[in-house]
Design a protein around this ligand. Sequence first.
Ligand code: NAD
Length: 288
Amino acid sequence: MKIGFIGLGNMGAPMAVNLANAGHEVTGFDLVASAPEGVTQAATLLDAVLHQEAIITMLPNGEILRDVAANVIDGMAPNTLFIDCSTVDVGSARAVAELITALGHDVVDAPVSGGTVGAEAGTLTFMAGGRPEAFARAAPLLDIMGQKAVHCGDAGAGQAAKICNNMILGITMIGTCEAFALADKLGLDRQAMYDVVSTSSGQSWSMTTYCPAPGVGPTSPSDNDYKPGFAAELMLKDLDLSQQAADEAGAATALGKMAAEMYRAFVEGGGKGQDFSAMLPHLSKVER
Ligand code: NAD
């Protein structure tokens, strides 16, 4: 396929490379980054869009996505497939889908889980929203960039699934870190704590797979001086999106709100650039 790829940052560049390596003709555009090897550099945004069968975006936020969509729409060939893989607010995903489907194109919102490691290895998980026919068209491309793609429903459903998942993740990570900090103060050995909780009712992915305590459980960013992994500021972004969605939908998410406040305090207090599991050393220093 002829593919235009917009947003060649930490995630977009390796995803575009994987599509090119699979034999697709990929043309890339980014305001700052240049196209990686195997991807043709477009001089302008419009050059990346003209005569393509599919457009893929991997951009920082919903405002930028809306802006890019409004700017490319007139240059898109008839019946183009537009896939947005960025993490954005549900409202922006739905607005962009409405704008683009109105002109007869197919649109899929397909945010990812798996981070830069998954982007490079082609093992991302995609959570997709859009019409079934649009998802069926997107699936072969998602299969190259990832190992799993779940069709979650109509436009915006992929973004909804992503922020709900990450709201759980933020809350369970804080819960796990608070429990370790309390266990420390009670004189409980961290390994004993892990051995009990990872096989008991307090277990979660945050404990068993991504344990925030160094030297305990499988290797995780805590064993690498809390280098991300998944940076604390990206967790904050997703928690803020969950609260924006909860406000709009009128959903009671008291713990999600608290998790967003705690990650904001952590990020603004020096946690930026650290893995989100560095909430443990941060909480260990916080006074009751
Ligand atoms: P990034 O900042 O490395 O890349 C974004 C790129 O978009 C940048 O290179 C920037 O120059 C470019 N850009 C901005 N405005 C543009 C415009 N108008 N036209 C063209 N290019 C433009 O960010 P990233 O880490 O690659 O993340 C991209 C998206 O993926 C975000 O929505 C993020 O939340 C999501 N995400 C990231 C991770 C991760 O671990 N990094 C994991 C899951 C999801």
